[in-house]
Design a protein around this ligand. Structure first.
Ligand SMILES: [Zn+2]
Length: 419
């Protein structure tokens, strides 16, 4: 599995449908189906339409009709929507213990914020989570599908700004991914002569999100892209059947709760160039609580992240999402303050170095600052300082810094430099 990054070189408009309020909207992320279509178009522009039975056609089919899985690409700093999460409808107050609840992880969640001063309703959001990209909005003259201006009608066109980078996973044979990287640029979304040019980067990536295990052994399945499921009779379904779950998990399992909504899923059969019939899909952010009769192996859970769920997976459907990071309420903010105080206390002995061992300080501080910035040579130097400290308390403090996460180490070094 590799990480795919598309960086816009022009503004882009990723539209799935026209709205009736005279806004030509853009999606804020790139669904896997859009990514796959962009690469297929770029491949055809580079190589031409391949002849039947040719090696090029064989590669085209492998790339776009089965062997490569294109995941959703999200703007940096965002997370997929989560339909199991409910958030404050109005701005939360300082005193609200919790700001958001994840119904997939907590069984008893209130309908309104329990803080009596606040009492905000809690509601589901369908949007991307985190810092959403800032869209550009411009008024234009209305254009029909045919390209003819409708006199006097203004509408607003939304676009994603250039330089915005989208990242996600792409899975497939390394040689195939090499063919995609070699294209270097693709065009995403509409108005392709002036919009949507994006630079392609493919690099080694970490394992894609998998299922989440609850403390009681139940599993949580979250989708980052639309998902297409059918029941035993082949009719659209909001959830995977017990049969599909057993095939994926290796043990009998069923959905016990779900948070979903319907949306339409179109698409193209790329090899033939024909549109596919529109199907019903569940929206990105759909979430399922799954009960299994026996424990599911860790390996199986990891493999499911790479495989995805439901139908038409190679077109970008049925990709899994990581657990949502909930906005911290008062309780979590206070717990974080306590934790940070503990980190500061664990390195308090270093404050005495300046007075007691002034000749040791410059090298020690260079090592600390470099380590905090991720410099591996500085980390090695810090290990040497920790192995030969001026006293035991300073040694313990240096070891504590070495054992911290990079973010925590950067925090304590910053705090030491402020004193
Ligand atoms: Zn509140």
């Amino acid at each position: 599995v590799s990480e795919l990054v598309l960086t816009l070189r022009q503004p882009a408009q990723i539209g799935d449908r026209s709205r009736e309020d005279f806004v030509l909207a853009t999606m804020e992320y790139l669904p896997g189906s859009v990514v796959r279509g962009a690469f297929a178009a770029a491949w055809l522009a580079r190589h031409g339409v391949p002849a039947k039975q040719s090696a090029q056609r064989a590669e085209f089919i492998r790339l776009f009709e089965g062997e490569v899985r294109f995941g959703s690409l999200l703007p940096a700093g965002t997370q997929p929507p989560s339909l199991s999460v409910i958030s404050h409808k109005y701005e939360p107050l300082e005193g609200c213990d919790e700001v958001e609840f994840d119904r997939a992880m907590t069984d008893d969640v209130p309908l309104r914020c329990p803080n009596p001063d606040c009492d905000s309703p809690l509601e589901q959001s369908r949007d991307l989570r985190g810092e959403r990209p800032r869209l550009r909005r411009r008024a234009s003259v209305s254009i029909h599908e045919s390209g003819v201006a409708r006199r006097g009608v203004l509408f607003t066109r939304e676009t994603l700004p250039e330089d915005l980078a989208f990242a996600g996973t792409v899975a497939g044979d390394p040689a195939l991914l090499g063919s995609l990287a070699a294209l270097r640029e693709v065009r995403v979304g509409g108005r392709r002569t002036t919009h949507g040019l994006a630079a392609v980067t493919i690099k080694a990536g970490s394992a894609p999100p998998a299922l989440q295990r609850r403390a009681d052994g139940m599993l949580v399945l979250r989708l980052s892209s639309p998902g297409i499921f059918v029941d035993q009779q082949g009719r659209p379904s909001r959830e995977p059947t017990p049969e599909e779950l057993e095939r994926l998990l290796g043990v009998p399992a069923r959905v016990v709760r779900r948070w979903t909504r319907w949306q339409q899923a179109g698409g193209w059969h790329i090899a033939s160039g024909l549109p596919k019939p529109t199907e019903l899909a569940v929206a990105p952010g759909s979430t399922y609580l799954i009960s299994s009769e026996q424990a599911v192996a860790d390996q199986t859970i990891t493999a499911l992240g790479q495989h995805g769920v439901g139908l038409r997976r190679h077109e970008g459907f049925g990709d899994l999402a990581p657990p949502p990071q909930l906005s911290p309420g008062r309780r979590e903010r206070e717990a974080e303050q306590v934790r940070l105080r503990g980190l500061r206390d664990s390195v308090a002995a270093l404050s005495g170095v300046r007075l007691n061992w002034p000749d040791r300080r410059p090298a020690m501080w260079r090592a600390l600052s470099g380590h905090a910035a991720g410099d591996q040579a500085a980390t090695a130097a810090l290990r040497r300082e920790a192995a030969d400290p001026p006293d035991a308390r300073v040694g313990a403090a240096l070891t504590a810094v070495l054992n911290m996460t990079p973010a925590d180490a950067a925090y304590v070094v910053g705090e030491l430099n402020r004193r």
